[in-house]
Design a protein around this ligand. Structure first.
Ligand SMILES: [Cu+2]
Length: 236
């Protein structure tokens, strides 16, 4: 069994025995969006029983992207394996910033102009909440995982992915669920060679309290703050 694991993991991307796993996420106890949009929930599978996790691809080969457009970070939730470089292209006609002062990974790319990008390496697993220092309304979440096996739900909550058959711990991340709720959803699963469906995963938003964030200096955003304060003439 161990030998088969090794064969499978040594060529994970090409593994002929990849099994298709499907499922669906529904949100409940929602105070904000009443469960209509179940996008951005991350489902991850961490191999158990000492099965080796393929190392992160060489940084030069593994890039992900979080676009800044229309004063939004896109996608709003981005999952990556630890060691991935994330590019932050600025596709707006105004300056942007991206920073995090949360424990997941502290970074700050500074202000950067339209048509350029900044790149940050996310080296260790954790949840990184990302903001723009000049646009209080902009936020995103980067979920850095120890495993290469993960996917993110679409609006309908459906998800599907291929992974080598075996035993895993399934982990769930949702930005509006408490840590306790997410831990309660974590469970051991066995993925058979023929694939499987894991059915519905109900993620509760009960107890979630939105936290208003500060700017990178730990201060409230100035009243009415937006790019007009910094760049006269910039569109609101
Ligand atoms: Cu911005």
């Amino acid at each position: 069994m161990t030998f088969r694991w090794l064969i499978c993991f040594s060529a994970a991307a090409l593994c002929a025995h990849a099994a298709t796993v499907t499922g669906k996420v529904t949100l409940r106890d929602s105070a904000i969006r009443k469960g209509a949009d179940a996008s951005g929930v991350v489902i991850a599978f961490v191999p158990v029983d000492g099965a080796p996790i393929p190392p992160a691809a060489p940084p030069a080969a593994k890039h992900a992207r979080m676009l800044q457009k229309n004063k939004l970070f896109l996608p709003h939730v981005l999952a990556v394996q630890a060691g991935t470089l994330i590019d932050f292209p600025n596709d707006d006609p105004i300056f942007h910033n991206a920073f995090s002062n949360y424990s997941g990974q502290v970074f700050d790319v500074g202000l950067y102009p339209p048509g350029t990008k900044r790149t940050v390496k996310f080296a260790r697993p954790g949840v990184v909440r990302v903001f723009c220092n000049i646009h209080a309304s902009m936020s995103a979440v980067i979920v850095v995982l120890e495993t290469p096996y993960f996917t993110t739900t679409g609006k309908d909550g459906q998800w599907q992915m291929d992974l080598p058959p075996g035993d895993y711990t399934m982990k769930v991340f949702h930005e509006r669920a408490t840590e306790a709720a997410l831990q309660g959803l974590s469970r051991k699963v066995t993925i058979p060679a023929e694939g499987t469906t894991l059915g519905n995963i109900a993620v509760s938003e009960a107890g979630y309290l939105p936290v208003s964030h500060t700017n990178k200096f730990g201060k409230p955003y100035p009243e009415g703050a937006d790019d007009r304060n910094y760049y006269p003439g910039a569109r609101k």
